[in-house]
Design a protein around this ligand. Structure first.
Ligand code: ATP
Length: 319
């Protein structure tokens, strides 16, 4: 059985109880645990997959709450460590009227940025079938070096490396920095999932065309996915490429849809790596991943909305 190990930040989003107001005007906030790599780990576990999360939390009530959420969801938490002084990362969300979200982060620094190489659970890293990560954990040291080291150890031990940049431009010193570091680990990654907006950012183009996407291709890459919101996703491999249509639902909150998609895809590929060479298998997996993303948009919040396998199969049957 495959084993997915997801590395990075787990934080709490404070989401306003009403949309279309400023942070100052918001009457209240609801805690929404998140952080893309943690969401993706929980997505794998919900679907019955074998998965661990590696990251650092504050030794505070919020950190203990997040660790409990991992455990309660069946995510192996042996790679979770606590920082004695820094707090668990928080972000305050603004829900804009156009449906987009803005984030104000509390990272001065937050515990997630402080994971040291000496704190890595090497046993987990070496056992990974797929080692998954994002780019937020690359922004600051010491976490950046820890991630780069973990990627190398996982790869040496035979894991596939999976990357979802989850670009949050606001957190970087400059767009140039973001591009440079993202492209550095891009070239080491075997599976990459990006959104159409991220392709535009990385290629400096304002339309996602196959040529632009293929300009990002490199020899280590086995599968490149571009998610297209309600329209589904595009897939690119060395030998074949195509589109898998999205599944029509009534979206309420799209938070976590990308993470659900990634979790579903990794859960399936970890169990059967021949999916990467077999277009029929791959398109089936991506239909399943699209359904997971779709279901996640139909409920508020990321983690509470992540589906179990039975829900996904039911939606696919109805479609
Ligand atoms: P995130 O908001 O989590 O960062 P993302 O931009 O990485 O998301 P999206 O393209 O929004 O990713 O969504 C990921 C997948 O979820 C899509 O490929 C699609 O399968 C599904 N999905 C997203 N939005 C919708 C929708 N409105 N209707 C149906 N499916 C959706």
């Amino acid at each position: 059985e495959g084993f997915v190990v997801s590395f990075g930040e787990m934080i709490i989003d404070f989401v306003p109880t009403v949309a279309g107001v400023s942070l100052a005007e918001a009457p209240g906030f609801v805690k929404a645990p998140g952080g893309a790599p943690a969401n993706a780990a929980i997505a794998v576990a919900r679907l019955g997959g074998h998965v661990a999360f590696i990251g650092k939390l504050g030794a505070d009530e919020f950190g203990f709450m997040l660790a409990a959420i991992l455990k309660d969801n069946g995510v192996n938490d042996k790679g979770v460590v606590f920082d004695d002084t820094a707090r668990t990362g928080l972000s305050f969300v603004t829900l804009r009227n156009d449906g987009e979200r803005d984030f104000m982060f509390y990272r001065n620094p937050s515990a997630d940025m402080l994971l040291r190489e000496s704190e890595l659970n090497l046993d987990l890293v070496r056992r990974a079938t797929i080692f998954h990560y994002g780019s937020i954990s690359l922004i600051e040291e010491p976490c950046r070096s820890t991630q780069l080291a973990a990627m190398e150890i996982a790869k040496k031990a035979g894991a596939l490396l999976s990357f979802d940049p989850n670009l949050r431009l606001r957190l970087w010193e400059s767009p140039k920095d973001a591009q440079a570091l993202i492209m550095r680990i891009w070239k080491q990654s075997n599976i990459i999932k990006v959104s159409d907006a991220e392709v535009e950012f990385l290629t400096n183009k304002d339309a996602v065309e196959d040529d632009a996407v293929m300009s990002l291709w490199h020899p280590e890459l086995k599968l490149l996915l571009v998610t297209l919101g309600g329209k589904g996703c595009k897939y690119y491999t060395k030998d074949f490429r195509g589109t898998v249509k999205g599944i029509a639902v009534k979206p309420v909150d799209t938070t976590g849809a990308g993470d659900a998609f990634v979790g579903a895809m990794l859960r399936k590929i970890a169990d059967d790596q021949s999916t990467l060479q077999d277009e029929k298998k791959l398109t089936e997996v991506l239909r399943f991943a699209n359904a997971c993303g779709a279901i996640t948009t139909t409920k508020r919040g990321a983690i509470p909305a992540l589906p179990k396998e039975a829900e996904v199969l039911e939606l696919l049957e109805r479609d």
